[in-house]
Design a protein around this ligand. Structure first.
Ligand SMILES: [Zn+2]
Length: 319
């Protein structure tokens, strides 16, 4: 029921974005500050945890990691001729600028940063939204991938409907495509504000079963999903090695794009972001660092009308 839910850099910061922006004198953006002293010598770096909401921490690091490629000249040229859109799903806008400046490195800027991120960041903070009946079991067992046998047991125990209708409702879902993955988000605010159905009703698969069952029987099935468990956000620190390489690349692309856009536009990166990590494996319990229970959740099934949670605590809270 808890389906979920040898560095290749040439050097220090001189000549990178930090140096350019330092000269500009604008200290409002975190990217306009001088690079952190610990970044000047790779051997002296501390390992950091990437947390999206702390852009003042990761921004200068990302900028510094690319300072040999995204040089002053590159930033100046982007400032003079900014791309129509700072997009993170393709890097040609940035690669072309580095090519012109003579600093381009194969295969592309986003991939280069993806290779370099683990040299500084040991983990990324990610959030999982669910409605567990027993949060202490999740804390003890970790975030599990979908297990069709357990799903069936849970559904049979949860819904007050004929067994054949429940089994047919499960059969109707393409469960095979949902097996073996756990979804987490980089931003818990976005998760709560836009994806509250995972908190209010539980996993997408169980919601699918409820929808099928409701159609078959004509009786409310979503009420059962709301009747058990407690909306919970599990906060994880995931080692970068645990992530899918595609997600590490997306993280590199998004962070670099937002850092550059911020530097050139003179404002901080957005505090909220829609960014999903899809792990093709379970999350072991020791990567869950804490949990909490949102008490007001906009319900996407009801036009984002606020859903207020009466009792927002569990046995884990007082443990
Ligand atoms: Zn709790």
């Amino acid at each position: 029921m808890f389906e979920q839910a040898g560095e290749n850099r040439s050097g220090p910061t001189e000549g990178g974005i930090g140096a350019v922006t330092k000269a500009s004198g604008n200290s409002d953006s975190p990217f306009l500050r001088p690079p952190h002293p610990s970044l000047t010598l790779p051997a002296q770096r501390d390992m950091h945890v990437f947390e999206w909401t702390r852009s003042s921490a990761w921004g200068p690091i990302v900028v510094d990691l690319m300072s040999d490629i995204v040089t002053d000249q590159v930033v100046t040229s982007l400032r003079k001729r900014p791309p129509k859109y700072f997009v993170s799903d393709e890097s040609s806008w940035l690669d072309e600028a580095t090519l012109k400046a003579g600093s381009f490195q194969e295969p592309d800027c986003f991939s280069v940063l993806a290779q370099r991120l683990p040299s500084v960041f040991k983990a990324v903070v990610a959030y999982h939204a669910c409605r567990p009946g027993a949060p202490h079991i999740v804390a003890a067992e970790g975030l599990r991938v979908l297990d069709p046998r357990r799903l069936q047991e849970d559904a049979l125990a949860l819904f007050d409907a004929p067994e054949e209708s429940i089994l047919a409702s499960i059969e109707e879902l393409d469960v095979a495509t949902r097996e073996g993955v756990v979804h987490l988000a980089l931003d818990d605010v976005f998760l709560i504000q836009r994806c509250g159905h995972y908190l209010i009703y539980g996993s997408e698969t169980m919601q699918g079963i409820a929808a099928n069952l409701q159609r078959r029987t004509g009786r409310d099935a979503f009420g059962a999903l709301r009747s058990r468990g407690i909306p919970t956000i599990f906060v994880c620190e995931l080692p970068l090695q645990l992530l899918d390489p595609g997600d590490v690349l997306a993280l590199a692309a998004t962070s670099l794009t937002k850092a550059l856009e911020s530097t050139i536009a003179g404002h901080p990166p957005p505090s909220s972001i829609d960014f999903t990590l899809t792990l093709k494996k379970a999350v072991p319990p020791h990567y869950i660092v804490r949990h909490y229970h949102p008490d007001v959740i906009p319900n996407p099934h009801e036009g984002y009308r606020p859903c207020r949670i009466a009792s927002a605590s569990c046995s884990l809270c007082s443990a």
